[in-house]
Ligand binder design. Structure first.
Ligand SMILES: Nc1nc2c(c(=O)[nH]1)N[C@H]1C(S)=C(S)[C@@H](COP(=O)(O)O)O[C@H]1N2
Ligand SMILES: [Mo]
Length: 525
């Protein structure tokens, strides 16, 4: 084969490494950030009606497949051109490769809901591609130099073993080896990653198409007084996009609701298996519950409040009929995470524990457990809130442990009563006068009774509380402070309806949740 053709092939192999590495990175960044997916979608969106009609006329109803085939041909031709140019007029091949990548970056970053991070897979892919193109071209050139220099000798003794192990043959073999390795690695990694990204896109599409049933028992409309309307104070309902996310999943599990089911197993009279369609057909209830992570530091933001839609866990467990002696439900996610919850907590009809399918009026976001997760008021997430849940095993604490327990966290994780100052921010530049000090306080399933604020170690002053949604949710609070110039220290503590007041003892999150008063330093001008 002529070296110009080999040069063109280096471009095609380099392009394959661009696409393959971008697909691999997109597995972690998100399927929508795949340049193949984004450019394909852009081409479909941008194709003028005439072109669409033409492709339908030429290729029948497979107009999308036709557009993508044309796109594929353009990529292959562009890549071949890049390889050839790089060989004849270095570095114009690299320029072509970067230009194609720039178009892909444009496509991924202009898609709806895209952010700057969406460009990462394409940029990584481009860098890999530039390196691979240059490495392949270097090997090709070395082979070329050897062959030109020894052409006479090789021509006359073509059949001789001496020539076959000669420098040109060696360089050729090395070049071809590099080509094959790069092409094979791209094919294997790229096809695998594309399949994962396509699977994720399928689940996203299923989620977007899903219309949740309305709750049989809806949550009451939010009382007007639940929101104090203070700037920089956490809204009483956390938008899903701002909701903290904690899990052990390197890649967010992509569960297709059509094939998902939940099994109730272990110490039960009746093993139960429920499909997503069966779950949606049940009378669903709605309630607000504040979810907290045991890892939340004092003053931290690993907490959020949402409106959950789901089926009560106590009713689900009633169907399975737990046996005497069982005291734990070990819930398991599709990716092997487990949470051990006290059985009696999940069986408690007065506690709105749910097998949840909806969050703030929409199907669960994929990263928050789509298609179904557990939500249990009053327990930290690590012992209750299993996302992508596929099994609930009725068992005992003596026999089983949740994921975090052998890793240094307590087997039981009731949420500790706590409070946080949201505004003013630590070290905020403030002017003397009336400044609202405001935040949130929570004691899920017990309820907040009072919140007090202490300024500069003085007397505890009672804050004004927003109206509660329920004992299962946090409450906003505010204290109007007449601020004087100088340095100040502000602390907050909450008392719950059981009469417990937050301790000043500072404890780290491990093993069962942080304690101490959230305290901030402020300077008033
Ligand atoms: N499958 C799965 N579910 C999980 C976890 C996990 O690692 N994997 N982490 C738990 C923890 S520690 C918390 S605090 C909550 C967080 O839920 P969120 O990400 O929806 O806020 O999910 C819980 N459910
Ligand atoms: Mo957590």
């Amino acid at each position: 084969m002529r070296r110009g053709v080999w040069a063109a092939l280096t471009g095609i192999v380099a392009a394959a490494t661009v696409l393959a590495s971008a697909e691999v990175v997109a597995v972690f960044v998100g399927a929508e950030s795949s340049p193949l997916f984004a450019v394909g979608s852009l081409v479909i969106d941008l194709a003028p009606p005439g072109v669409k009609t033409l492709t339908i006329a030429l290729f029948g109803t497979g107009d999308k497949a036709a557009l993508l085939t044309i796109l594929g041909i353009i990529i292959v031709l562009g890549a071949a051109l890049a390889g050839y140019l790089e060989y004849r007029r270095k570095p114009f091949g690299t320029v072509v490769l970067v230009a194609f990548s720039a178009i892909a970056v444009f496509a991924v970053t202009t898609r709806e809901g895209a952010s700057g991070i969406s460009a990462v897979p394409t940029v990584v892919g481009m860098l890999v591609g530039v390196v691979v193109l240059n490495a392949l071209q270097q090997r090709l050139k070395r082979w070329g130099v050897r062959e030109d220099g020894s052409r006479k000798a090789t021509a006359t003794t073509a059949a001789s073993p001496v020539v076959r192990t000669g420098p040109a043959a060696l360089e050729r073999r090395q070049f071809v080896t590099w080509m094959v390795v790069a092409a094979a690695a791209s094919a294997i990694a790229g096809v695998g990653a594309r399949a994962m990204n396509a699977g994720a896109a399928v689940v996203t599409a299923a989620r977007n198409a899903l219309v949740l049933p309305t709750a049989t028992t809806s949550a009451a409309a939010l009382p007007a007084g639940t929101e104090l309307g203070i700037a920089n104070l956490s809204p009483v309902v956390t938008p899903a996009a701002d909701f903290y996310r904690i899990d052990t999943a390197l890649q967010v599990p992509q569960l297709n609701p059509d094939t998902w089911s939940l099994k109730i197993t272990g110490m039960v009279e009746n093993e139960v298996e429920i499909s997503f369609a069966e779950l949606l057909a049940l009378p669903l209830v709605e309630n607000y519950t504040t979810l907290t992570c045991v890892s939340n530091e004092v003053g931290g933001d690993l907490i959020g409040n949402a409106l959950w839609l789901g089926y009560p866990l106590h009713l689900l467990l009633e169907r399975a009929k737990p046996q005497a002696g069982a005291d734990m439900v070990l819930s398991r996610s599709s990716d092997g995470f487990t949470a051990g919850s006290p059985l009696e907590v999940l069986q408690d009809a007065s506690r709105q524990s749910l097998l949840a399918v909806g969050m703030n009026g929409k199907p669960l976001p994929v990263e928050h457990g789509f298609p179904a997760r557990l939500v249990v008021p009053g327990l930290y997430g690590y012992v209750s809130a299993t996302k992508w849940v596929v099994e609930m095993k009725v068992t005992t604490f003596a026999q089983d442990m949740g994921y975090w327990t052998p890793r240094g966290w307590s087997a039981l994780g009731p949420v500790k009563t706590s409070s946080r100052i949201d505004t003013p921010r630590q070290n905020a530049g403030l002017a003397a006068g009336t400044i609202p000090i405001a935040g949130v306080a929570w004691a899920q399933h017990t309820g907040i009774a009072t919140v007090e604020v202490q300024i500069d170690g003085g007397d505890w002053q009672q804050a004004t509380l927003a109206d509660p949604i329920s004992a299962d949710t946090w409450r906003q609070w505010v204290l109007q402070w007449e601020a004087t110039s100088g340095d100040h220290t502000v602390a907050v503590r909450a008392t719950d309806t059981s009469g417990y007041t937050q301790t000043s003892d500072e404890a780290p999150p491990a093993p069962d949740g942080s304690t101490g008063w959230h305290t901030i330093k402020l300077t008033v001008q």
